[in-house]
Design a protein around this ligand. Structure first.
Ligand SMILES: NC(=O)c1ccc[n+]([C@@H]2O[C@H](COP(=O)([O-])OP(=O)(O)OC[C@H]3O[C@@H](n4cnc5c(N)ncnc54)[C@H](O)[C@@H]3O)[C@@H](O)[C@H]2O)c1
Ligand SMILES: [Zn+2]
Length: 286
């Protein structure tokens, strides 16, 4: 941008998936102490997740999401026709976040998503109701982030499935696709919620069943097979969650579901400390 002699009157337009949006957003947040960015997401994941909420950042060899800035886009423009060229595994990655939005906030929305899954399996992004599903997902994410723009509380619920997912991604050197990691991560974390009597028995099975129908891996074995690598032991995976940046003062906190459509809140906190033994046990049974 400096070479091009861009100044404060520049606007960056980010056309691409979450990686492009995160990088362009971070450049916009820091160039001349902040210039406008317009997000034009071209993957399902970036439409329903990365382009909404104002988080930007770059990955470093030290871990995910360690360098970044909050920088709201001036506008987000979505054209679902972009999705027609998306390879199936990348489309599925976005479905994992869509399913997550239903589980954390809206049971009725999740049912609509479930009804659409058979059509998506056949027609991919050409499914008739996909635009309205995307709009529903954006609405849920926007509601959460507008209630808590800088991740003090409620925004933590968006992290459902992700504490485990980030450990799995790191364990496979990021060969495991993010959506696949979040999918099995939601099953493991539902199992933790069941073990703590936060959620009724059967929730993890129900979540796994939806993921299976979406073509996403509901078990660790299925996820490992997808990534073409094997996972370390449950103990080693649980140890990897400790380095997640959300681990404040030694105890790893999890956003846990009470049931489909509602997350657990205790004393204004939306993420609860979980003992490592429970995590190991849930991993072993997944
Ligand atoms: N800022 C946030 O709040 C936030 C939220 C979620 C994820 N993310 C970040 O987003 C990234 C993942 O985003 P992603 O899943 O979009 O991955 P991505 O940006 O890596 O895109 C996946 C692949 O699809 C290709 N692609 C993009 N659009 C296409 C199209 N229309 N047709 C064919 N191919 C296309 C890309 O070139 C790339 O190879 C991660 O780095 C993650 O950390 C950020
Ligand atoms: Zn995610």
């Amino acid at each position: 941008l400096l070479l091009l002699e861009c100044g404060r009157d520049t606007t960056i337009v980010a056309v691409g998936g979450g990686v492009v949006g995160d990088l362009a957003g971070f450049v916009a947040a820091t160039f001349m102490r902040g210039i406008p960015v317009v997000q034009v997401p071209t993957t399902l994941l970036s439409m329903v997740d990365a382009s909404v909420g104002g988080k930007t950042g770059i990955d470093t060899p030290y871990g995910k999401n360690l360098v970044g800035a909050f920088h709201d886009p001036g506008a987000v423009l979505m054209d679902v026709s972009f999705l027609r060229t998306l390879p199936q595994p990348i489309l599925r990655s976005g479905l994992a976040e869509i399913i997550k939005h239903g589980i954390i906030a809206d049971a009725g929305y999740l049912e609509r998503v479930e009804r659409l899954l058979p059509e998506i399996a056949v027609t991919g992004a050409a499914a008739n109701d996909l635009p309205s599903i995307i709009a529903g997902s954006v609405r849920i994410k926007a509601q959460v982030v507008s209630a808590d723009s800088h991740e003090g509380g409620l925004r933590r619920i968006l992290n459902f499935g992700h504490t485990i997912a980030h450990a799995l991604e790191r364990a496979t050197d990021y060969r495991l696709n993010h959506g696949d990691a979040v999918a099995v991560g939601m099953v493991v974390e539902s199992r933790i919620a069941e073990a703590m009597s936060i959620a009724p028995a059967g929730l993890a099975t129900r979540v796994g069943d939806i993921l299976q129908r979406a073509g996403l891996p509901p078990t660790l074995a299925a996820a490992a097979q997808r990534s073409g690598s094997s996972f370390p032991s449950p103990e080693a995976l649980a140890a990897l969650t400790r380095t997640d940046k959300k681990a404040a003062s030694g105890s790893v906190r999890y956003a846990l579901p009470v049931k489909v459509g509602a997350m657990c809140e205790a004393n204004g906190q939306w993420a609860l400390p979980v003992t490592e033994g429970l995590v190991v046990d849930a991993l072993r049974r997944s």
